[in-house]
Design a protein around this ligand. Structure first.
Ligand SMILES: Nc1nc2c(ncn2[C@@H]2O[C@H](COP(=O)(O)OP(=O)(O)OP(=O)(O)O)[C@@H](O)[C@H]2O)c(=O)[nH]1
Ligand SMILES: [Zn+2]
Length: 353
């Protein structure tokens, strides 16, 4: 044991650095998230050498930029490009107003791991998935240092979630309830489990893996079905006298609330929920579905009757140590605001609605 940060701790630091607008060292590259990089720091980075903008294959598809690296594209930053140019490539907010930002010149061949790690870090910081990189001869002192391959491996590693606190919490849906808090060992967000009654550990538990939706759960948004699903699941568990509802802090299918609002803004321009994620540079669903299985295992469960309309959740639990003995549908009423969203989930995301 040493007081020097471990790889996990350095990755967590790097995530915080990028959120603050501070670059990090990825191998021999200085890397910064475009979303938080200030014009001053941009100027300092550009003084170090030629800059490259790394964007995802999804964002490149919208911009019609060539993709030679599979999941990402490395775009040369022209000498004349300023902060607004970088921002416009990274953020689709102005795509329809100013459609022609190119032509873009994509780099081909050469090292790409630092670029991939920078995008993965930006995603894990819930920023726009776009990073500026400049190659340097010697690492810059004082910046968080990471080896790109190791950072990528760490970001893909399943976190262990440890119980930190639990207390009785009488709910409208079930007076005999308890709230448990779980903290991951990778410095990312905590997740919660609502335990209703005292479900036996050796039988399939009635379970719901609910993904955070501030707009639906708290504000009663009509755009999605999250709020009604949350309350229907708690109600069903209350009626059954037992169950476990996991509240997973993976807002916006893992892209975070700010990016979800960017996606909503694109939906106001006419794109559907999946297209909006792609235009921002994200996959349809960026959630880590292993977290739910990890918490259920940690609580002592090995089988569930899972309340969901999403077959991917069933497959994921099954492949991470929780047998799903039954899928319990969780259908809530449609309204004129969420009907299109539910149709897209059924058509594009495989939801059984
Ligand atoms: N990115 C994005 N996230 C959304 C949008 N609408 C809702 N969400 C998020 O989607 C998550 C819920 O996922 P859903 O796809 O509705 O449902 P599911 O969890 O896959 O499946 P069920 O178990 O059947 O509910 C929550 O994290 C919401 O914040 C949207 O338009 N864009
Ligand atoms: Zn929602």
């Amino acid at each position: 044991m040493t007081l020097i940060p471990t790889l996990t701790e350095s990755v967590s630091r790097a995530r915080t650095d990028l959120r603050m607008g501070l670059p990090v060292m990825l191998g021999s590259y200085v890397a910064a998230a475009v979303e938080t990089l200030s014009p001053d720091r941009l100027a300092l980075m550009r003084a170090l050498g030629p800059a490259v903008l790394a964007i995802t294959e999804r964002r490149a598809g919208t911009l019609k930029a060539r993709v030679y690296d599979g999941d990402l594209a490395r775009i040369e930053v022209p000498g004349s490009a300023d902060w607004a140019w970088l921002r416009a490539v990274a953020d689709p907010a102005g795509d329809l107003m100013t459609p022609m930002k190119g032509p873009f010149v994509s780099e081909r061949g050469g090292a790409v791991m630092a670029h991939r790690a920078a995008i993965a870090l930006a995603k894990s910081a819930q920023l726009l998935p776009a990073a500026l990189l400049v190659r340097v001869d010697a690492p810059l002192e004082g910046l968080t240092q990471l080896a790109p391959e190791a950072a990528l491996t760490q970001l893909a590693t399943e976190a262990h979630l440890a119980p930190v606190a639990a207390a009785r919490l009488p709910l409208l849906a079930a007076e005999n309830s308890k709230l448990h808090i779980f903290r991951p060992d990778d410095g990312a967000a905590e997740h919660y489990a609502v335990e209703i009654g005292a479900p036996a550990r050796d039988k399939p538990v009635l379970a719901r893996l609910h993904s955070a939706c501030f707009t639906g759960d708290v504000l009663g948004s009509l755009k999605c079905d999250c709020g009604p699903q949350l309350h229907a699941a708690l109600g069903a568990m209350g009626a059954a006298g037992e169950g476990v509802l996991l509240y997973l802090n993976q807002e916006g299918r893992g892209i975070g609330l700010a990016n979800k609002m960017r996606a909503y803004s694109l939906q106001n321009q006419g794109f559907d929920t999946v297209e909006a994620n792609h235009r921002l540079g994200f996959e349809d669903d960026e959630r880590d579905f292993r977290i739910g299985a990890g918490i259920l295992r940690e609580m002592g469960f090995s089988a569930a009757r899972l309340m969901t309309n999403n077959p991917r959740k069933v497959d994921m639990l099954a492949s991470h140590g929780i047998a799903v003995t039954e899928r319990v549908p969780l259908i809530t009423p449609r309204n004129r605001h969420n009907s299109g969203y539910l149709d897209v989930k059924a058509a594009k995301s495989g939801h059984l609605l």
